[in-house]
Design a binder for this molecule. Sequence first.
Ligand SMILES: [Zn+2]
Length: 198
Amino acid sequence: MPYSRSIEKLIKAFSKLPTVGPRTAERFVFHLLRSGKKDVGELTMALKNLIDNIKSCELCWDFSDQSPCEICSDTRRDQTKICVVTHPQDMQVFEKTGEYKGLYHILRGVIKPGDEQNVKFLKIKELLERVKMPTVEEAILALNPDLPGETTMMFLEKKIKEQNPQTKITRLARGLPMGSDVRYADEITLGSALKNRM
Ligand SMILES: [Zn+2]
């Protein structure tokens, strides 16, 4: 027999999260039922707050409570460089290295070879608009060293060169293992890959 409707509904909602299967979702729900109203209230408030306040930065496409986000509106940052990353989490990893003081652009994904349809969901057009700005001198392509990442970086390089031949285009130095994910790279490796970019 299934659980009562309210329970089943929440299990289904949790199951949609990455790496959470139905069994883990079930554990979450019963944990919440046991832990009482305070914890559930906190979670409800946090979710509501996220939905109500988070927006996309109109410049870099990071998620932020404000647009332009804190980094984009910080005039002390080096406005001549834009570091192009796949996910918002990648940006956090680069920030932690302490090696980079420029701006970012979050593509929100990569071109998947064989599924060129998803190109239109990426923030490529927005990146090209930003590169046009006379202040921008360098685009650092810092996507993952794997097939979709390489494909996307080649595509971006071609587009930027066509549009702004004078823009310097660099990539992270080799050092990140092929197939690795920037999100899980350690700060020292990533910091030196950034510093020694080519
Ligand atoms: Zn921003």
